[in-house]
Design a protein around this ligand. Structure first.
Ligand SMILES: [Zn+2]
Length: 96
């Protein structure tokens, strides 16, 4: 009898997470929605891929903080890319 009770009790203590109101899919969804709120960190290759577009946005007089904040962030953090950006801008200015 005692054995049976402790077996039942032991079983109750190990209720799987799925029976506790948080199915794994929900947990996964929660984690991925947290990841989406993190700021996007561009690397230099990403930056170069977007540089033309970024300069276009600037030339149109739009607010880069709003349109391409991640690109602007990389520009502020990365000296090499900032140099490339300056070269491109002065080339455009010289041409235009
Ligand atoms: Zn860079």
């Amino acid at each position: 009898m005692k054995n049976l009770i402790s077996r039942l009790f032991g079983r109750n203590k190990s209720i799987p997470a799925t029976e506790m109101g948080m199915p794994p899919e929900m947990l996964k969804g929660l984690i991925s929605s947290l990841e989406k709120t993190k700021p996007v960190e561009l690397d230099c290759a990403d930056f170069f891929a977007l540089l033309d577009e970024y300069v276009d946005v600037l030339l149109r007089g739009e607010d880069v903080n709003e349109v391409m904040p991640d690109v602007k962030h990389h520009l502020e953090m990365c000296g090499e890319c900032f140099q490339e950006y300056e070269i491109l801008v002065s080339a455009i200015e010289a041409a235009g």
